[in-house]
Design a protein around this ligand. Structure first.
Ligand code: DC
Length: 469
């Protein structure tokens, strides 16, 4: 097994030198962020497809072309000649492009200026392409693009992402289309132009293709998608399906605590004992803990993502028992060390979170669990909380809901802490929230988390008030 190397801290990276390959392989596959590259020529639909793919998966989107465009814009702004490679390189080192969503809008900044719209002007098509022809500039921008993609699951969109920026990518897609069709699309973007202008656009595209050719090739292991006769949606669906298949392969190769990720996802042997275990343990919860539930009628029949506060290791049983159905959980790997607990955990299809590896593996398993039609329970406080108000939730669960379209049911559990008189537990199920059709952008994920957690807090406050006599 390879020895995991320490993750590269982005701020510690020196932008003026190329990143070495060994800095890209941060230990075992699943302890590092996953990467998809989408390359292809201008007008092929690659940027739209890459962005929508990232927003469907809740991945970070890295538009590498924007770093060349922003630099081209800044060079024009400062009067730096586009053939002066040395000065352009200095500018690139001094002014790293910043990419990201700000209040639902995709924003590109350089030198503190919002250039999101300015860099789409036709004069920048040309400037970016010229800037990109200097190797010294490319080194710096490629390092910046890697830096933007190393610490989060990312979709990179560009020309050389699969070959140069992230040759270690988990999936490489190359999108292409006939020149004529690309020119038609580009002309469409630049207002409704006539045929004559379309011919001009085609000529300009051909010229840019020729200049970009050096850095624009499909990686040997890329999946080629030709969008000439395909709508954007179809392209996105194709890329999405290809990724889900690829991830399944990755999961098949992943092993935690003696089982492959696939075995954790299905856990048929464990789940076969669900009914028996529920029947046998029901008296413990209903008599021993005087478990009561309210709001069970609000819970939809299909798969749900249950989001609850967490104080007791028996919390999963408090949700499952009143609903009488399988709810899968992720939990500390140590849980499986006690044989009795392990059998119960197996019977509800528990799967482990590896400490120190981040929640990455567990979250991908969780997503597959939801995609196969099971319900999932998540305690987004991350750890059991005993005192005062509920802790701030983490956002992984909301991301899962946005990515899979499964509704979230907020749940509060009261009486599961010693300080709240244990052995009298009440569970309140809240109104389900559906996020179907919403894109998994950082803003939407944050909003969904806040919205659902406010309900959990409100339900919990009500249960507490109810007890205060
Ligand atoms: O994808 P785009 O049109 O925004 O790219 C602008 C220019 O930047 C394009 O002419 C080629 C260059 N580019 C590059 O050389 N390498 C990349 N990874 C992305 C873009």
């Amino acid at each position: 097994m390879p020895t995991p190397t320490a993750p590269v801290k982005p701020e510690a990276m020196d932008l003026s030198r190329p990143v070495k390959r060994d800095e890209l392989s941060q230990g075992e596959r699943w302890t590092r962020a996953l990467t998809i590259t989408v390359d292809g020529p201008a007008g092929s639909g690659k940027s739209t497809i890459a962005r929508l793919l990232a927003e469907s998966l809740g991945f970070n989107y890295v538009e590498t072309g924007a770093t060349y465009r922003a630099l081209g814009w800044l060079a024009l702004e400062r009067g730096i000649p586009l053939d002066d490679g040395a000065r352009l390189r200095g500018l690139a080192i001094a002014q790293p492009t910043v990419l990201g969503y700000e209040a639902d809008r995709w924003v590109v900044r350089i030198a503190g200026v919002d250039v999101t719209d300015a860099i789409r002007e036709p004069r920048i098509d040309d400037a970016a392409s010229k800037v990109a022809s200097h190797d010294g500039v490319r080194d710096v921008l490629v390092a910046r693009q890697r830096q933007l993609s190393l610490d989060r699951d990312s979709v990179l969109d560009g020309r050389d992402c699969g070959t140069v920026v992230r040759p270690d990518a988990d999936l490489k897609v190359f999108i292409t289309a006939d020149l004529e069709e690309r020119a038609r699309r580009r002309a469409g973007q630049q207002d409704e132009l006539g045929t004559e202008q379309t011919t001009n656009v085609a000529a300009a595209l051909a010229e840019r293709d020729a200049r970009d050719a050096k850095q624009s090739g499909a990686a040997n292991d890329a999946v080629i998608v030709d969008t000439t006769n395909m709508g954007i949606d179809e392209g996105v669906q194709l890329a999405l399906r290809t990724w889900l298949e690829r991830r399944r392969e990755l999961l098949d190769g992943e092993r935690t605590q003696g089982r492959t990720a696939r075995e954790w996802i299905d856990n048929e042997a464990g789940l076969a004992n669900f009914d028996k275990t529920l029947k046998r343990t029901r008296p413990i919860w209903e008599k021993g803990f005087r478990l009561k539930a309210v709001g069970t009628e609000r819970v939809p029949d299909g798969p749900c993502l249950f989001i609850a506060n967490h104080a007791s290791m028996w919390d999963p049983a408090f949700l499952i028992t009143p609903l009488n159905r399988v709810i899968r959980y992720m939990g500390k790997a140590e849980l499986a060390e006690n044989r009795y607990v392990k059998n119960m955990a197996d019977a509800i299809g528990f799967f482990p979170v590896r400490r120190g590896a981040g929640d990455r593996v567990a979250l991908h398993i969780g997503e597959e669990v939801l995609r196969r039609g099971d319900s999932l329970g998540v305690f987004p406080e991350g750890t059991r909380v005993y005192e005062g108000r509920l802790a701030r939730p983490r956002q992984g669960a909301a991301r899962l809901a946005l990515v899979t379209g499964v509704p979230i049911v907020p749940v509060a559990i009261y009486g599961n802490r010693w300080s709240e008189s244990l052995f009298r537990v009440t569970v309140a199920f809240g109104r389900p929230h559906s996020f179907e059709g919403q894109r998994a952008t950082p803003d939407n994920i944050r909003r969904a988390t806040t919205e659902v957690w406010a309900d959990v807090q409100e339900l919990w406050d009500a249960l507490r008030a109810d007890r205060a006599f």
